[in-house]
Design a protein around this ligand. Structure first.
Ligand SMILES: [Zn+2]
Length: 216
């Protein structure tokens, strides 16, 4: 195993611990993956708490989801299909994170996208966070529900389920998950104090123009 693979495995485990400690996943939920090479993906295994992942537990699959390498007793999650859809459709994206963060999942269950432009960083980094239509886990329904957002978004709510984020590397995908949950939490809190207030359109336009400045 080369150094890059070792580092990537450790980074995925690290992200798993963060997702777990931040309450973004419960028990064995959620999954994380990263592109290792043109033909190989490293993915968290099924049936394991992502808070206690060890580098050797990760499984290596190809872009069709076939196992290339896995330690005995470990296999990929059936949810890896939505990760593979991202890798197959978007060659520039190299990391995917799926979790059930409670505030974001509450909005996903309600069926409400996070589309209020309330604060500068969220507008610059994410824009609106749409809702991908409900699908049964493990089928092609969830990957298919992502089609409208590929190439346009890097974070979506999965209706009645949770959230999916992706990025140019696995750390960016994780950061997008943090931002998504933060946006959901802020939307909840501002609504509780009757304080949901969007920025005026001219201010939103200024922030959108800044996106290229930030390299986004
Ligand atoms: Zn899930």
């Amino acid at each position: 195993m080369n150094n890059y693979e070792q580092e990537l495995r450790e980074q995925i485990c690290d992200i798993g611990r963060n997702l777990f400690n931040k309450d973004f996943i419960a028990a064995n939920d959620g999954n994380i993956s990263a592109r290792l090479s043109e033909t190989e993906i490293l993915a968290s295994p099924t049936g394991v708490s992502k808070g206690y992942l060890k580098p050797h537990m990760l499984v290596k699959v190809n872009l069709q989801g076939e196992i290339i390498e896995a330690a005995e007793g470990y296999r990929p999650s059936t949810e890896v299909k939505m990760h593979l859809r991202i890798y197959n459709e978007l060659p520039e994206m190299n990391g995917v994170v799926h979790a059930h963060p409670p505030y974001a999942t509450a909005f996903a269950i309600k069926g409400e996208p996070l589309n209020k432009m309330m604060m500068p960083e969220s507008v610059i980094a994410m824009g609106d966070i749409p809702l991908a239509a409900y699908g049964t886990p493990s089928t092609e329904e969830i990957p298919d529900s992502l089609i409208p957002f590929l190439g346009r978004k890097t974070a979506v709510l999965l209706e009645s389920h949770g959230a999916l984020t992706w990025g140019k590397d696995v750390m960016s995908a994780y950061m997008n998950m943090e931002r998504l949950e933060y946006t959901a939490k802020l939307t909840f809190i501002t609504r509780m104090i009757n304080g949901e207030r969007e920025l005026p359109q001219n201010r939103i336009d200024e922030l959108v123009a800044l996106r290229s400045f930030y390299g986004m």
